[in-house]
Design a protein around this ligand. Structure first.
Ligand code: THU
Length: 138
């Protein structure tokens, strides 16, 4: 049974905000934190980690996903994103693709440090995704 999103929002906001404060973003100076909510109610966070070789950097959402999978989680119901943008930002295309592997109808909540919040679903943000079943037509 999955844990209700609304009840988890305060903890998700806190997890993403705390992770954002750990972001390593000296090049873009755009700090991002993300917190994934697992079906069992656990929260796993990540932040963006940039690199002098720019393409080697990783977004907060995929950092959170990697940490969650490494901790044994594969079923997610929501991701909370906190960034320093003036408007809530949706996840980038690569992160949408990474997330859809595990949670096609994930709730995506994005927040500014000022407290504005927007909410989408992943299937709304990434229609017609490439998924594990796409490989079955080989
Ligand atoms: N970034 C994220 O962490 N998540 C997103 O969804 C969009 C972008 C990061 C990548 C890079 O470190 C910085 O924000 C600027 O693009």
């Amino acid at each position: 049974m999955s844990v209700a999103l609304d009840a988890s929002l305060p903890a998700l906001r806190a997890g993403a905000q705390e992770a954002m404060l750990q972001a390593y973003a000296p090049y873009s100076e755009f700090r991002v934190g993300a917190a994934l909510l697992t079906e069992s109610g656990a929260i796993v966070s990540g932040c963006n980690v940039e690199n002098a070789s720019y393409p080697a950097g990783i977004c907060a959402e995929r950092a959170a996903l990697g940490a969650a999978v490494a901790a044994g989680h594969r079923r997610f119901t929501a991701v909370m994103i906190v960034s320093e943008a003036s408007e809530p930002t949706p996840p980038c295309g690569i992160c949408r693709q990474a997330l859809v592997e595990f949670a096609p109808s994930l709730a995506v909540v994005s927040r500014t440090v000022g407290g504005s919040e927007a909410r989408w679903t992943l299937d709304e943000l990434l229609p017609r995704p490439f998924t594990p079943s796409s490989l079955q037509s080989r």
